[in-house]
Design a protein around this ligand. Structure first.
Ligand code: NDP
Length: 292
């Protein structure tokens, strides 16, 4: 590929798109609020373009809140796509929608990869994201040099939808670990143990997780709750995982319960207004214990 584009310069896309600069002749960006695109161009040397121009690229990236938003943009994009191009959707999306998008793009002579990412905004900034890819191996081979620009690890996990499925389960595991860790530290605090002392032990012991290593110390116990991954997006991801278990009738009582708790916590906030870590404030209402 010689031209690439990035659609959706949000908390993740803003960083992911900047890593494409220098590796391709043309690096285009598009954002709904177009000021973000012009600011990106000024800061990183990308080209701010219309949606129609963006989707004329050889490799088209998108990183948007939901599959619904991606579907709407694909509908608008279809008349402007060039045959042979690959649309790489880095949204944390819905597997069924990936299959439908793949069918639509195939009919236009193009390919669709579901390629959600993990690694938080810090991983996007450093270009070390883990990318879980569903779709055809041929399309991945074509787009790989572009994905590599912001990836630390790329794994082809299966056909269309498989990437989105892995991402939904991953995030549900993260939510389970984070929720359980907040419960555990609250019990310890009730027994007079300082949460940071408890984390120092747990993080060198078998109870550790990404949540205890990063989320609790850096966001919850220090009471900062920086807004980088909003709780409504996490509730969406857990909901996708629950739909997957329902579809195949796999009992997942722990995932289902935590998904429901995260939804309850998310409902306390306006969409887009609170970081995922603010679930701990909701739990605090249940426990009456402040972790700090
Ligand atoms: P943000 O809310 O920061 O950014 C969303 C982007 O989508 C913005 O560019 C926004 O444009 C655009 N957008 C929203 N609605 C529409 C619409 N109707 N039409 C066109 N564009 C629209 O989200 P994130 O970057 O945090 O997340 C993006 C995806 O990545 C989500 O699926 C999320 O679950 C996933 N993700 C997020 C991580 C994180 O740590 N934040 C980590 C890993 C995955 P505008 O500027 O105009 O509002």
């Amino acid at each position: 590929p010689t031209s690439v584009s990035f659609i959706g310069l949000g908390a993740m896309g803003h960083h992911m798109a900047k890593h494409l600069v220098g590796s391709f002749d043309t690096v285009m960006v598009y954002n709904r609020n177009f000021d973000k695109a012009t600011a990106h161009a000024a800061e990183f040397g990308t080209q701010a373009v219309s949606l129609e121009q963006a989707v004329s690229a050889d490799v088209i990236f998108s990183c948007l809140p939901t599959s619904q938003v991606v579907d709407d943009l694909i509908e608008q994009a279809l008349p402007h796509l060039n045959a042979g191009s690959v649309w790489v959707d880095c949204t944390s999306g819905v597997p069924e929608n990936a299959k439908a998008s793949q069918a639509k793009l195939n009919a236009a002579g193009c390919e669709f990869l579901d390629a959600p990412v993990s690694g938080q905004t810090s991983g996007a900034d450093s270009g070390t994201l883990t990318v879980m890819v569903g779709g055809s191996a041929k399309a991945l081979a074509y787009a790989k040099s572009a994905i590599d620009c912001f990836a630390g690890l790329i794994v082809h996990v299966g056909d269309s939808g498989a990437g989105f499925a892995v991402k939904a389960v991953n995030n549900t595991l993260f939510a389970i670990n984070a929720w359980a860790a907040v419960e555990g530290l609250s019990v310890l605090k009730a027994h007079g143990v300082n949460p940071s002392d408890a984390l120092a032990c747990i993080n060198k012991a078998s109870g550790q997780s990404f949540a205890t290593l990063v989320t609790l110390p850096d966001r919850i116990v220090n009471q900062t709750y920086p807004k980088t991954f909003t709780i409504d997006l996490m509730a969406k991801d857990c909901g996708i995982a629950i739909d997957l278990q329902t579809e195949k009738q796999v009992p997942t009582p722990v995932m289902a319960q935590v998904a429901s708790l995260v939804r309850a916590a998310s409902n306390q906030y306006e969409p887009g207004s609170a970081d995922f870590s603010e679930f701990a404030k909701f739990y605090q209402l249940m426990s009456g214990i402040i972790l700090k």
